[in-house]
Design a protein. Sequence first.
Length: 171
Amino acid sequence: MSAITDLMINQQIRDKEIRLIANDGSQLGIMSAREAQRIADDRKLDLVKISPGAKPPVCKLMDYSKYKFDAQKKEKEARKKRKTVTVKEIRLSPNIDTHDVQVKVKNALKFLKDGNKLKVSIRFRGRELGRADMAIGIMEDFAEQVSEYGVVDKKPKVEARIMSMFIVPKA
């Protein structure tokens, strides 16, 4: 939306010479801004500076309000199509049973199919931190079971008392 408001229109254009383009896209040549404004008024259109950095600056004859409306409409459509990616978390424990892992894998597959990122974490309590090698095995096994729908984005890493890894859906 900021690109729309940055354009100079009609009397805001103070350049001595400009290159003028008609609303159908044809070149009308290089002329003074005053003469271009007169042509715009005759055709009941607006004079819009579309390329201020060019030598001479490029201006176009158009219906500015219609252009602004169409640009806002396109931006709104783009916002609708944009997908927000959420991070879903699944918590495991160092001494988790195989059936419990299967339930967690089932949930993970559902999250990955929906296009969500997945954070798999194992929280260590007490002396469990000494068995981090076993937790890495659980993480790798988990990643292997969801490999059909997801890829490991960040390998298992221990921060404080939590080991975590990230899995992203396959494209």
